[in-house]
Design a protein around this ligand. Sequence first.
Ligand code: SAM
Length: 323
Amino acid sequence: MLTDNLNRKIDYLRISVTDRCNLRCRYCVPSAGIAKLPPQEILSYEEILKIARIATAKGISKIRITGGEPLIRRDLVFLIKELLRLPGIGDLGLTTNGVLLKEFALSLARAGLRRVNVSLDSLLPDRYRWITKRDYYSRVQEGLIEAERAGLSPIKLNVVALQGFNDDELLKFALLTKTKGYQVRFIEYMPFGDGYEPQFSSFSLAEAFSTINRYQKLYPVQGDGVAELYRFPDARGELGFISPISRCFCPSCRRIRLTADGKLRNCLFSDEEIDLKCALREGGSDAEIEQLLFKSVRKKPPGHMLQDRSISNYHRRMPLIGG
Ligand code: SAM
């Protein structure tokens, strides 16, 4: 089974299916843009399924589909269906910006997807338009309604904590958990890539917790992921705080990542990659792919070094890694 040198059991694979996105979030995509991967560099579904089959046989039980924006890749529903047929798969998730959820929620649910994570950084249409550079706020809202209607549950709303942008929307997001069954999660903004956008910084999630808790007492909820979970006593949903930098969870990290161009990454913040695509396309056997998986896991770093702000090593931006 996949266990690293620190005895961390690696059971979670995040698969990016595309580097393309239909939004241009200012903190994610640099203003100069990002060169697109040539289509032939992107793993086919057959290649993704082969890697997933080998990985699930070696202890990966949880897979998350991400991107870029996964719903812009053609026939994603097919991939979801096929991944769910793998014997070892226990949990399959999808992270999306929700723009195309209205169109796809029902077919995703029919394919067997149970739940969905939707990224939404503001509840104000003008602000949403500013941060994403696209006018799709109402589409996301419609997508959320359709996801509920399709029975996708839980719906997790991911909100990147951006100082001076959405810190004044804390309560509004928190109060959503009273009317909706959403799990609303605030996520610390993380610095990425050479062109790290200095205009953005995270607000403190500890202070965010205090502000909300002062408004009304929050009660802790047991979770099984990286989010610290709470709820208002009269809420339908939950609130989560994810602090990869200030309350780093590297010692319990169980993840590896597959980029859209077939590179295996053992840490979001390490540029050390193993080229599975090349191995596959050179006719690598299952045993060879398996060995590469083990090699990557063995070399998983103990933790990121973001506290040192030694960010110059992280060349790939989020859309090219898979968030
Ligand atoms: N398009 C999908 C979506 O929007 O959820 C999946 C890919 S997107 C890169 C995944 C998540 O990464 C989004 O929630 C986005 O807000 C988050 N993200 C991007 N850059 C980030 C950064 N620098 N710090 C923290 N989160 C970031």
